[in-house]
Ligand binder design. Structure first.
Ligand code: NDP
Length: 381
């Protein structure tokens, strides 16, 4: 039995009865580190390392300040050491709150100086998606490892440029897919792979909420799209990590209310069907006008039905199999995500959610858009 470098056993423990379907998926599982059992440390309270990896957070918006920055307290191998923002007042406010010295506070204009700051190992880009490529490529060019939020970038081409920039710079790239490091989602993947649910016959995932007006999320130029790019990524990514397969065909429809000003520039509800190589079909939806919202997935197998609701929340994820709650010890998913990347920075190992993971999602999102536009299925190579 292999023990991860954190000393915590991976959730993908041994003795798993792999189904024929999951064996077919070895390439993706290898990318995700699933078969190597070196995946997703839990991020629970552990003794801090003497020299934690230094992180700079770039973009001090809602997710950075409410989820990411507070999570450093729960990290054992990652330390918040610098801030980068377009707003000097935020640098003062959050710099003072987190004890970041003035020498480690940067604006977008002055951030090139991070090159000569040895305390900074990683730049975590937490800005609107269309700005990820420029910030990520810049950070890599300054010799820093990069973590970029999801969705990785609006286009496949931009995703490739981000991967290439990090590769050329010799730095690592992680995409902030927090659910890959979250205990309930890891347990759900195990249930799918271990035979616990029997042969998987269908799966679906639905994510949506009711968006307010005037947000960048409804501006295509910044968001790259609408609900699919943002909350829909959770539905899509869940179907991929639960099945462990990559879709070969996509069929999709988009429904936009004609009289709603929020959807003049971006899509509201997306309904998509993914066909996987094994013949398994996954249904996904995303929406920006849903009251109430949805955050769930369901996997039907020959031995049982697994439901996660909420499935990918910030807290309170709940997993049931045939109506019985599955006991899962909750973890701090953000700390787990960051500590995993810090381990990769130390070891040089590719992260569990590398740039290729983000690129694959964007490739499928683009196929979803194309299918919705043409009304035809789109084959994926
Ligand atoms: P916010 O609008 O709250 O914050 C974005 C921040 O980005 C701004 O505060 C600003 O920081 C910076 N920024 C840089 N350039 C621009 C620009 N052109 N327009 C607007 N802001 C800019 O967004 P969120 O924090 O909600 O989302 C940020 C990223 O995180 C997105 O990619 C989103 O998809 C992702 N996200 C991921 C989640 C997850 O669960 N993984 C959850 C929520 C968001 P400053 O003022 O410091 O310059």
């Amino acid at each position: 039995m292999e023990v991860g470098s954190t000393g915590i056993l991976s959730h993908y423990d041994v003795g798993v009865q792999y189904t024929s379907m999951s064996i077919e998926l070895s390439r993706r599982e290898a990318i995700l580190g699933l078969t190597s059992l070196a995946f997703a440390p839990l991020g629970m309270a552990r003794a801090p390392k003497a020299n934690p990896v230094g992180w700079a957070v770039l973009g001090l918006g809602s997710y950075a300040t409410n989820q990411i920055m507070p999570a450093f307290e729960h990290c054992s191998q990652s330390k918040l050491v610098a801030l980068i923002s377009g707003h000097p007042d935020k640098l003062v406010r959050f710099g003072d709150r987190y004890g970041i010295p003035a020498t480690h506070r940067y604006t977008y204009d002055s951030m090139d100086a991070i090159r000569s700051n040895p305390d900074i190992d990683v730049v975590y880009v937490i800005t609107p998606p269309a700005t990820h490529p420029a910030f990520a490529i810049r950070a890599a060019g300054l010799g820093k490892h990069v973590c970029s939020e999801k969705p990785m970038a609006p286009t496949v081409d931009e995703c490739r440029k981000m991967i290439r920039a990090c590769s050329l710079a010799g730095t690592l790239l992680q995409i902030g897919y927090r659910c890959h490091y979250e205990a309930h989602n890891l347990r759900a993947i195990k249930a799918c792979r271990s035979g616990e649910l029997g042969k998987i016959t269908s799966m679906r995932s639905d994510h949506g909420f009711n968006i307010g007006r005037g947000q960048w999320r409804t501006e295509r130029a910044l968001a790259g799209g609408g609900s699919m790019m943002d909350i829909g990524i959770y539905s899509l990514n869940a179907l991929r990590y639960l099945s462990g397969e990559e879709p070969v065909e996509v069929v999709a429809t988009i429904t936009n209310p004609s009289d709603d000003p929020r959807f003049v520039d971006c899509e509201d509800t997306v309904d998509f069907k993914l066909t996987f190589p094994s013949g398994l079909v996954g249904h996904g939806t995303s929406g920006y006008s849903w009251i109430p919202g949805k955050n769930q997935f369901e996997v039907v197998g020959s031995k049982g039905t697994m439901v996660a609701n909420p499935a990918t929340a910030y807290g309170g994820d709940t997993l049931t199999i045939d109506g019985r709650v599955v006991a899962v010890e909750a973890n701090n998913q953000w700390a787990a995500q960051m500590d995993h990347f810090s381990e990769c920075v130390r070891s040089g190992k590719k992260p569990a959610t590398p740039g290729e993971e983000g690129l694959t999602d964007i490739r499928i999102v683009q196929a979803i858009y194309e299918s919705a536009k043409t009304g035809e299925p789109v084959r994926l190579g």
